[in-house]
Design a protein around this ligand. Structure first.
Ligand SMILES: [Zn+2]
Length: 104
């Protein structure tokens, strides 16, 4: 056995670390992943039509209409760089995609 991890071993360790990061990110999702997908799809559609008014107006409307609690979702969105509807689409969707990309 080599004294230091070889290249392959380092890659495995990095992959494991990244997989753990993604699992932890998924554990912090405030809603099931399919609901987050629906939220991003709604934002994409509505922002194309109406644009962003620098608030979470569309998100809040969708949460109320879907019967989801507002506070945990908004906290999670802000923690992931989503302080308004267009930032949710630009930043949080990317974070969500990164976190689920190894989930079948
Ligand atoms: Zn915006």
């Amino acid at each position: 056995m080599p004294a230091r991890p070889d290249r392959q071993r380092r890659k495995e360790m990095l992959d494991q670390w990244k997989a753990r990061e993604r699992a932890e990110a998924r554990a912090r999702f405030p809603l099931p992943s399919n609901q987050l997908r629906a939220l991003f799809a709604m934002l994409e559609q509505e922002l194309t039509r109406h644009g962003c008014d620098h608030s979470l107006r569309l998100v809040q409307h969708w949460l109320a209409a879907s019967g989801f609690p507002r506070e945990p979702v908004e906290t999670w969105l802000r923690n992931n760089g989503g302080r308004c509807d267009c930032e949710v689409l630009a930043n949080v969707r990317q974070a969500w995609e990164d976190a689920i990309h190894d989930v079948p």
